[in-house]
Design a protein around this ligand. Structure first.
Ligand code: C2E
Ligand code: CA
Ligand code: CA
Length: 733
């Protein structure tokens, strides 16, 4: 195909081969990414070869042919300006056409120039395109690298500044734990949080964990491990950290792990804040909400929570899982009233510490308020065990208390309720235990009682009674009954004791035993007693006016403990006397020892004032209290009423008689008269006479009678006395 005179020229072969090599090299170069400069010069040279060849070829030609060949070569070279894909297309088409022509009609040599041109152009084009794209790529890469480096640097700088700012500004200590090296960086603030100087903390994990309070260490480790194992997005833990001063500070720690490509943690970093203040106020709040201020024991709110849980347990297991002991101190009010509230509070604190001492823990004791405590126990299997706890507590509380230089004795009544599965709310359990406690009080105090369902109805009855009592005064349901006080020497009725009765609309006539304690507890006793005094005075006035021979009759009225303590006792009594028109010398007020025990604020002076106005004061129920004798010295009573318990015949036989003798003697020595209560038979009456007691009272003479019947009694007495007088006159005559 080569022009005949050039056919043997090695230049042609060389040119063709180099052109081909050029392409191959370019391809290898770009494929294997061999540095360009190795091939660049060689490549350019090779690319130039076909051109040189063509030019050399042209040299041999002339005229039209030369022009044509030159044109064709030019056209081939011009195609350099086509895009690479078009160039390739042109080349393929040209080659095909030329091949067809070559095999059919014999190719014209001129075509060859064109083809040479094409090859040369292609070589250059490919080279330049490759070069250009490569350059572009390198440039892009460089741009990208520069850009990313810049932004990374910027970020780094910004982060560093930010970190420094945070580390300086924050009150939190920062730490950064390199898990691979096993070292921790602690920020200066972290150090100062535990009071350590620079150089005192070296960056070992132990320096941290050894300071954590042993009780909190487990939770902290657990939180960290859980996070490192990927179970939590970050970890937080609260713990106490030992300060250099030896005390603990509460810390809140937060941290997050940095992981490698495989997701293994390689670093953990975080912050630690001092939350001691918050913890302290939380504790304060908790204490306010759940702790009894006075004794530090759990309060009603906390008890209710515990009871709720206990009730749930019982309901789930279907059998009683716990027992509640409701404890109420006996007559604590008296103690409080007589010692003052400050000492009363001290006493309650001592009771609380005794409860804790008697083997009960903070978990089981609570104070409901006042003198009420509740014990909640989960480890009690039967009644005997529950009773044993109750009695142990009672014994502990019974030991004397030393307060302000005095010995004080306390007892407690305890109600026990089993945590049955049918309880729904803590209120129900407490209500039942309270009811049982009430029964313990009714059955004599200082004892334990178990709750049973019958008590519940009794409690309901009691509530009803209380309501009725409140209404009774308004509805005029109270009356007085009168029991004569008889002169043991002459046999005449010289006085009368007014005794309260309640005409209950449904239950009939009730004696004081049945309702007076309730009136005392509810405070109703005060208005009731004033009513009684007024009623008794006006009744006696009426008898003095209507019954002849009764002009010397006196009336004994019982004073309630609370009434005695009223500051206006004297003026009010005198007012009633004045209003009813009864001279003071007809009135005797009976005071009991227990009322005197609560003596506060000049009771004796008030009683003396009454005596000065002519009213006589009798000491009732003498011998039943502990301190009877000491009171006899403090106040000069006009008369002593020896309690009816001394008159029981079997007691009189067994040495009681000596005591009564001594009491009577003492009373007489102190210038008091003696009234013996509870005289039921001849024997007792004659004994009382023998002992030189002045007066007697009891069923032997008469039970308490209604006003109307007592009026009749008085009138019949008159006739009896007249008859007796007649008899004695006859005897004399
Ligand atoms: P008290 O002052 O010792 O009254 C005597 C009580 O003994 C009365 O009971 C009376 O009915 C009862 N009694 C009288 N003779 C005999 C007897 O021979 N044998 C026996 N076994 N008992 C006898 P009552 O009326 O049930 O009163 C009980 C207590 O209630 C009184 O004891 C008194 O402390 C109190 N009380 C009664 N009325 C009043 C009142 O108006 N005001 C106040 N504050 N207390 C009152
Ligand atoms: Ca009395
Ligand atoms: Ca009495």
């Amino acid at each position: 195909l080569v022009q005949p005179d050039l056919r043997m020229s090695p230049l042609v072969a060389l040119g063709s081969i180099t052109a081909l090599l050029l392409l191959i090299f370019r391809w290898i170069w770009s494929y294997w990414r061999i540095p360009a400069r190795w091939f660049e010069s060689v490549g350019s040279l090779l690319a130039a070869l076909p051109l040189l060849l063509s030019v050399a070829h042209l040299h041999a030609l002339s005229g039209f042919q030369e022009a044509l060949n030159l044109g064709l070569l030019g056209a081939g070279i011009m195609s350099f300006f086509l895009s690479l894909s078009r160039l390739a297309l042109v080349q393929v088409v040209t080659l095909c056409v030329w091949a067809v022509l070559a095999f059919t009609a014999g190719a014209s040599l001129s075509w060859l120039y064109y083809v040479f041109g094409l090859f040369a152009a292609t070589g250059l084009k490919v080279h330049s395109v490759f070069r250009k794209t490569e350059l572009q790529k390198a440039l892009d890469r460089a741009h990208f690298e520069i850009h990313t480096r810049e932004s990374v640097e910027h970020d780094l700088r910004e982060n560093k500044e930010r970190y420094e700012l945070v580390a300086r500004a924050t009150n939190d200590g920062l730490w950064d734990w390199d898990l691979k090296k096993g070292e921790i960086y602690f920020s200066p603030r972290w150090r100062t949080m535990i009071g350590a100087e620079e150089g005192e903390v070296h960056g070992q994990p132990e320096e941290w964990f050894d300071r954590v309070c042993p009780q909190d260490l487990g939770a902290l480790r657990k939180a960290i491990v859980k996070h490192l194992e990927g179970e939590s997005p970050h970890f937080t833990a609260e713990y106490r950290l030992r300060h250099q001063d030896g005390g603990y500070r509460w810390m809140l720690c937060r941290g997050v792990a940095v992981r490698d490509e495989k997701g293994r943690p390689c670093r953990v970093a975080g912050s630690q804040a001092d939350i001691s203040d918050r913890k302290w106020s939380e504790e304060q709040l908790y204490q306010q909400a759940f702790q009894d201020e006075l004794t530090g024991l759990p309060n009603r709110a906390l008890l209710s929570k515990r009871l709720e849980r206990a009730i749930d347990n019982s309901r789930q297991s279907g059998k009683p899982c716990f027992v509640v002991l409701f404890l109420d101190l006996d007559r604590f009010k008296n103690v409080n009233d007589s010692l003052g509230h400050l000492l009363g509070d001290e006493l309650l604190k001592s009771v609380a510490s005794r409860l804790l001492k008697s083997g009960l823990s903070m978990e089981t004791v609570a104070r409901l308020g006042g003198d009420e405590f509740v014990l909640l126990d989960f480890n009690v299997a039967n009644e005997r065990q529950a009773l044993r706890i109750g009695n142990r507590v009672r014994r502990e509380l019974n030991r004397p208390y030393l307060l302000a230089g005095r010995e004080i004795y306390l007892t407690a009544s305890i109600g026990i309720a089993w945590g049955r599965p049918d309880y729904r709310t803590p209120t129900e359990v407490l209500r039942d235990a309270d009811t049982a406690m009430y029964q313990a009080k009714l059955r004599g105090r200082d004892r334990c009682e178990f709750f049973d369902r019958s008590m519940h109805s009794q409690a309901v009855d009691l509530l009803q009674l209380e309501n009725d009592l409140r209404r009774a005064l308004k509805h005029d349901e109270f009356t007085l009954h009168y029991q004569p006080i008889v002169s043991l020497q002459g046999g005449a009725t010289t006085g009368v004791e007014a005794l309260l009765r309640w005409q209950h609309p449904r239950q009939g006539l009730l004696s004081p035993k049945q309702f007076l304690w309730l009136a005392e507890e509810t405070g109703m006793i005060v208005p009731l007693s004033w009513w009684g005094l007024r009623e008794a005075c006006s009744q006696l006035r009426c008898w003095l006016d209507t019954i002849n021979d009764a002009s010397a009759l006196t009336i004994n009225v019982n004073l309630a403990g609370k009434q005695v303590m009223q500051p206006d006792l004297v003026p009010r009594t005198l007012e009633i006397l004045e209003e009813t028109g009864l001279p003071a010398r007809h009135l005797r007020l009976e005071v009991t020892e227990s009322a005197l025990l609560r003596n506060q604020g000049g009771l004796t002076s008030r009683l003396s004032q009454l005596q000065d106005s002519g009213v006589k004061i009798h000491l009732d129920d003498f011998g039943t209290g502990y301190s009877s004798l000491s009171y006899l010295h403090r106040f000069s009573f006009d008369a002593l009423k020896i309690d009816r318990s001394f008159m029981r015949s079997q007691l009189l036989k067994s040495g009681n008689r000596k005591i009564v003798e001594a009491m009577v003697e003492l009373a007489h020595d102190l210038g008091m008269k003696v009234i013996v209560e509870g005289l039921e038979n001849e024997e007792q009456v004659s004994l009382a006479r023998k002992l030189n007691c002045e007066y007697g009272q009891g069923y032997y003479f008469s039970a308490a009678l209604s006003a109307r019947r007592f009026g009749e009694y008085l009138r019949s007495q008159k006739t009896v006395r007249q008859r007796r007088n007649l008899v004695s006159i006859r005897k004399i005559s």
